[in-house]
Design a protein around this ligand. Structure first.
Ligand code: ATP
Ligand code: MG
Length: 406
C-alpha cells in the first residue's frame, strides 16, 4: 500500500477530548476517527487490525466446532420482555413501522435461543454451537476510554446448546482453552488471567479473561502462583485462590477481554426451548455463552504496547508487516525503493510504502506513531553498500542487510 494513497492520515496534535492512550494514539496515527462518545469510524489501518484480530478468533472458534452465523443488529423489544431484560438501562430503543417497539441488540441470547429452537427437536440435534462477529449496542454511562468501552462495539459471541450439564461442562472447558489460544496468538497470553466472577442464577462462577493493565477499570485479586484471579465483585465470598487456596492475593488493575458463562436453562426455560431425549421425554436445553470483544482487544493492545513515540503492534495483528521508508530525494533511492516494494509485495508481504515527498524526520516520526513492527530504510547511504537498514519498532539497534538477501 502506498502511504500517499492511504485514506486517513497521522496528526501531530492529540485530540483534546481523549482520556486514554488507546483513543489518543489510534486517532493520531490514523486508525480510527471518533463519531460520538463511544462510537468510532474504523479507517483502513484500524480496519486491518480489527480484521486480523477477528481472523484469529474465527480460526480458533471454528476449531472448537463453532458455526458462524450473522444475526441482526436490531430486533423486537418483545424478546427482551420474555426474559425480563427489557428493563436493562443500557438498552437502546427505537420505534419501527406501525409503532413496533424495537431494540438494538446489546447481546444476542434473546435472538439466538429462539433461532436455534427452530432447528433443534431431539437429542440427535445436540450439541450445537453457533457464533457471530457482530456489533453490539449498549448505552454505557461511561464511554470515555476509547475502544475499551464503546456504545457501539464489536463482539464475538458464541452460544452452545447441550442435552445435559455434563456435555455443557466439557464444552465449556474446550472453549476456555480456545480463549487462551486466542490471547496467546494476540500477544496477550502472558498477561491475561482466568478470573472467577459472579455466575448469576445457575452457576457459582462465570469466568472472565482479564488482561493485567495499569489503566484497566476492573480490579482483580491475583494469585501469582497459579495466575488465576478473583474479581473484586465476588471477593467477599471468595477470599482465597480458587485453584490452590493461597490467601495472599495481589490487587491488580485489569481489562476484561472475554467472559464465559454457563447459562444452564435460564434462557431455554424462558423461551420453552426443549428437546426429546432417548426416552422420548421432553427436557430443557442446557446453554453456555462465550463473549469476547475484538474492538476492546484492539484498544487493550494499544494500552499495553505503546511508548512515548507511538504504538508498537505485535506481529500477529499489525496492519502491515513492513514499513518501507526511502530517505532522500535522489532518483536512485526512489527507484530502488519502488523495486523493493514491488518484489516484496509480489512475495505476499504486507508493505506500507511511505512514498511521500516529505522530510526524513516526518517519515520516521509517523512510522513510530503507526507502530508497524519492522521498518526498512533505504537511502543513498544504505545503497552505497547495496543494503537496506532494518530496525524493529521495539528495539534500538538497526542492522544493515544486503538487498539480495532480503
Ligand atoms: P463490562 O463488565 O466491561 O461492562 P460485560 O461483562 O458487560 O463487560 P459481556 O456482556 O460479558 O461484557 O461482553 C463480552 C465481551 O465483550 C467482554 O468481555 C468485552 O471484551 C466486550 N465488551 C463488553 N462491553 C463492551 C463495551 N462497552 N465496549 C467494548 N467491548 C465490550
Ligand atoms: Mg463481563
Amino acid at each position: 500500500m502506498l502511504y500517499s494513497k492511504l485514506f486517513g492520515k497521522t496528526s501531530k496534535t492529540a485530540p483534546s477530548d481523549t482520556y486514554s492512550a488507546n483513543a489518543r494514539l489510534l486517532t493520531q496515527a490514523g486508525f480510527v476517527s471518533k463519531q460520538i462518545a463511544g462510537v468510532y469510524n474504523y479507517l483502513p489501518l484500524g480496519l486491518r487490525v480489527l480484521n486480523k484480530i477477528q481472523a484469529i478468533i474465527r480460526e480458533e472458534i471454528n476449531a472448537v466446532g463453532g458455526n458462524e452465523v450473522l444475526m441482526p443488529a436490531m430486533a423486537q423489544e418483545e424478546n427482551y420482555a420474555i426474559t425480563g431484560r427489557d428493563k436493562m438501562d443500557i438498552l437502546f430503543r427505537m420505534t419501527g413501522e406501525g409503532g413496533t417497539k424495537l431494540t438494538l441488540n446489546p447481546t444476542h441470547e434473546e435472538i439466538v435461543t429462539p433461532l436455534v429452537q427452530k432447528f433443534v427437536f431431539s437429542y440427535r440435534d445436540l450439541p450445537v454451537a453457533v457464533y457471530q462477529i457482530q456489533n453490539k449496542f449498549r448505552n454505557e454511562p461511561r464511554a470515555k476510554s476509547g475502544l475499551l468501552r464503546g456504545r457501539e462495539f464489536n463482539m464475538k459471541d458464541l452460544y452452545s446448546f447441550h442435552a445435559n450439564e455434563g456435555d455443557l461442562n466439557d464444552y465449556y472447558e474446550k472453549a476456555k482453552e480456545a480463549y487462551f489460544k486466542i490471547y496467546n496468538r494476540l500477544g496477550l497470553g502472558d498477561i491475561t488471567v482466568l478470573t472467577y466472577a459472579s455466575g448469576g442464577v445457575f452457576s457459582k462462577y462465570s469466568h472472565e479473561f482479564q488482561t493485567l493493565c495499569e489503566t484497566g477499570e476492573d480490579t482483580i485479586y491475583l494469585c501469582e502462583k497459579c495466575r488465576v484471579a478473583v474479581n473484586k465483585e465476588i471477593i467477599d465470598e471468595q477470599k482465597v485462590c480458587p485453584a490452590c487456596g493461597n490467601e495472599n492475593l495481589t490487587e491488580k488493575n485489569a481489562i476484561e477481554v472475554g467472559n464465559i458463562f454457563k447459562l444452564r436453562t435460564k434462557f431455554s426455560d424462558a423461551f420453552h426451548f426443549t428437546y426429546k431425549n432417548e426416552k422420548d421425554e421432553e427436557k430443557l436445553v442446557e446453554m453456555g455463552c462465550y463473549g469476547m470483544g475484538p474492538s476492546r482487544i484492539m484498544g487493550t493492545l494499544v494500552e499495553i504496547f505503546h511508548d512515548d513515540n507511538g504504538i508498537v503492534w505485535p506481529e500477529s495483528i499489525s496492519p502491515f508487516q513492513i514499513h518501507l521508508l526511502p530517505i532522500g530525494k535522489d532518483e536512485e533511492t526512489k527507484k530502488a525503493a519502488d523495486k523493493l516494494y514491488k518484489e516484496l509485495s509480489g512475495k505476499g508481504l504486507e508493505i506500507l510504502y511511505d512514498d511521500r515527498d516529505v522530510s526524513a524526520g516526518e517519515k520516521l516520526g509517523d512510522a513510530d506513531l503507526i507502530g508497524i513492527p519492522t521498518r526498512m530504510i533505504i537511502s543513498k547511504k544504505t545503497l552505497a553498500q547495496n543494503s537496506v537498514e532494518i530496525k524493529k519498532r521495539n528495539e534500538e539497534k538497526a542492522e544493515l542487510v544486503e538487498i539480495t538477501k532480503i
